[in-house]
Write a protein that binds this ligand. Structure first.
Ligand SMILES: [Zn+2]
Length: 227
C-alpha cells in the first residue's frame, strides 16, 4: 500500500456546480468515486487505456474458460493466439505497466486516481452588497424586504455563492498538476488545496485564482493534523 496523502480542495465561485459537473465521472460503480475523475481534467493517454482494456478483456476471457472443460487446452491456445501471449498466462501486460504508471506520476502527480472521495456543499457567506447586473448599482441588502435594485427596479440575484469542499486521498503525493490544470479551466473560480501526508511527513497549502497559482507553501507534518 502507498502512503496516503489527504487532500482538501475548496472550490468557490459563481457556478460551483459547473466545475463539479466537469470533473465528474460516469465510469465508476461507486458513487463517491465518480465525484472526482482526474481523467476529465488531464486525460490518461489512449494508448495506455487501450492496453489496460485489452489486458482486462484477456483476464475475463481466461476466467470464463472452465477448469474442467475437456477442451480447456485448445481454448487456452486460441486465447493465447488472439492476445499474442503464452497459453494459460495469468495476465498480459497492461498500459499501466507499460508507461502508464510513469505517465500518472508525472502528469497527475500521483500514480492512481483519487480514493475515498467525499463532497460537502456549503453556502457561501451571505452577501451584504449585491451589484445590479443591469445598471451596476451596488445595493445594500440590509434594509431590503424584496431583492430589487433600488436604482432601476431589476431583480437582484438572491442566491449566495456556494462552496464545494472535496476531500480525497491520493497515493504518495498531492495531485498538484491536476488542480493547476483545473484552475486554468475555470479562471472565474478559486481553488484552495490543503494536503497532509503523515508517512514521510509533509503538508502544504496552495491557492489558485484567475487561473494562476497565488501561493504554494510546503511544511513538515508530524501526524494527524498537528503542526
Ligand atoms: Zn439596477
Amino acid at each position: 500500500m502507498p502512503n496516503w496523502c489527504e487532500n482538501e480542495l475548496t472550490i468557490s465561485g459563481p457556478d460551483v456546480q459547473k466545475v463539479l459537473n466537469a470533473i465528474r465521472s460516469e465510469a465508476h460503480d461507486d458513487e463517491d468515486a465518480r465525484l472526482l475523475d482526474f481523467d476529465k481534467i488531464i486525460p490518461y493517454p489512449r494508448e495506455y487505456r487501450e492496453l489496460d482494456q485489452r489486458a482486462h478483456e484477456y483476464q475475463e476471457k481466461l476466467r470464463a474458460i472452465d477448469k474442467n472443460d475437456p477442451n480447456r487446452q485448445s481454448q487456452l491456445e486460441a486465447l493465447a493466439a488472439e492476445y499474442d501471449a503464452e497459453p494459460g498466462a495469468p495476465w498480459i501486460k497492461d498500459g499501466f505497466n507499460s508507461g502508464g504508471y510513469e505517465w500518472c506520476c508525472e502528469f497527475w502527480g500521483s500514480k492512481w486516481q483519487p480514493a475515498h472521495v467525499s463532497l460537502t456543499l456549503r453556502n457561501g457567506t451571505t452577501r451584504e452588497q449585491i451589484k445590479c447586473a443591469y445598471c451596476q448599482t451596488v445595493n445594500h441588502t440590509a434594509g431590503l424586504k424584496v431583492l430589487l435594485c433600488q436604482q432601476c427596479g431589476s431583480p437582484l440575484p438572491n442566491e449566495t455563492p456556494q462552496e464545494a469542499f472535496l476531500e480525497f486521498d491520493t497515493a504518495w503525493s498531492p495531485p498538484i498538476p491536476v488542480i493547476e490544470k483545473l484552475a486554468s479551466m475555470f479562471p472565474d473560480h478559486n481553488f484552495q488545496l490543503a494536503y497532509y501526508e503523515g508517512g514521510i511527513g509533509f503538508c502544504g497549502q496552495a491557492r489558485w485564482s484567475a487561473g494562476r497559482e497565488e501561493f504554494h507553501h510546503q511544511d513538515v507534518y508530524s501526524g494527524p493534523r498537528g503542526g
